[in-house]
Design a protein around this ligand. Structure first.
Ligand SMILES: NC(=O)c1ccc[n+]([C@@H]2O[C@H](COP(=O)([O-])OP(=O)(O)OC[C@H]3O[C@@H](n4cnc5c(N)ncnc54)[C@H](O)[C@@H]3O)[C@@H](O)[C@H]2O)c1
Length: 252
């Protein structure tokens, strides 16, 4: 059971779908007021409606957070409306897998804007909004691809490895203000975003090389995010949790 987040306020980018949505629901169940961001208004409304159905507290924040201005506006608006900011989850992504020779500037720019730059903009805005005495917790969603990189993932694996570097450097910059910065690195998790990259044969291969014998779920990742958000992880910073059932560190 994760520590209560009662009275805390947490912002999650890309919370309309998948892992971000599950993290929003889990944080709301633990008592936090959740800032539900997504590019798509209808996804934001769905997540907010589900949180309200659970009896939780949510603030809708439809916004493109791939730019510095967009991110800053959304985060500062949430901190103002919620009255504080304790937790920041940089989760949003737009992902394409391409053979090296077919990578185009357009695809690379879009992936890097939301998957790499926006992590830095999110940390910058959160550090501005977090109380200097109370501090806070920032969680960046990386990927196991940062350690064990599949074919056709040069941009994705590169930017997720970069997210780990950002995490460590930001933890060094912000520790004096009691802001912890950590990352989670999920393995393959079925979501709307990964549906087109998965098939039964690939899933079976992944399961066969996973000691825990199954794929991860969005709830597995959400619970780890809530652990890093709460007081149970109060002395953990600049770290990364591998959330892949042991697959990347073992051979079966
Ligand atoms: N699902 C997996 O297998 C897996 C594995 C490792 C890491 N991850 C990482 O987890 C995170 C979430 O992945 P997912 O599978 O849940 O993705 P998803 O595609 O299901 O959801 C991502 C959400 O981000 C939103 N988004 C995209 N661009 C945005 C922008 N500019 N501003 C605001 N919102 C934006 C999308 O609308 C979408 O709702 C990503 O960082 C991804 O790289 C996922």
């Amino acid at each position: 059971m994760n520590a209560s987040l009662e009275g805390r306020a947490g912002f999650i980018s890309g919370a309309g779908h998948g892992i971000g949505r599950a993290a929003a629901l889990a944080m709301a169940r633990l008592g936090a007021t959740v800032g539900v961001n997504d590019l798509k208004q209808e996804f934001v409304e769905e997540t907010v409606a589900e949180i309200l159905r659970l009896g939780g507290k949510a603030i809708p924040l439809p916004q493109d957070v791939s730019t510095r201005d967009g991110m800053r506006e959304a985060v500062l608006r949430f901190a103002r409306d919620a009255g504080r900011l304790d937790v920041m989850v940089n989760n949003a992504a737009w992902v394409r897998y391409q053979p090296l020779a077919e990578i185009t500037p357009e695809v690379m720019d879009r992936m890097v804007d939301i998957g790499f730059k926006s992590v830095i903009w999110g940390i910058q805005a959160a550090a501005e909004a977090m109380d200097p005495e109370r501090g806070g917790s920032i969680i960046n969603v990386a990927s196991i691809a940062a350690f064990k990189s599949p074919a056709r993932s040069v941009v994705y694996s590169g930017l997720k490895a970069g997210v780990l570097g950002i995490t460590r450097a930001a933890a060094a910059d912000l520790g004096a203000r009691r802001i912890r910065v950590n990352a989670v690195a999920p393995g393959a998790v079925p979501t709307e975003g990964t549906a087109k990259h998965r098939n039964a044969e690939l899933d079976a291969k992944r399961i066969a090389r996973t000691p825990l014998g199954r794929l991860g779920t969005v709830e597995d990742i959400a619970d780890a995010i809530c652990f890093l958000a709460g007081d149970g992880s109060r002395f953990i910073s600049a770290d990364v949790l591998r959330l892949d059932g042991g697959a990347s560190e073992t051979s079966l």
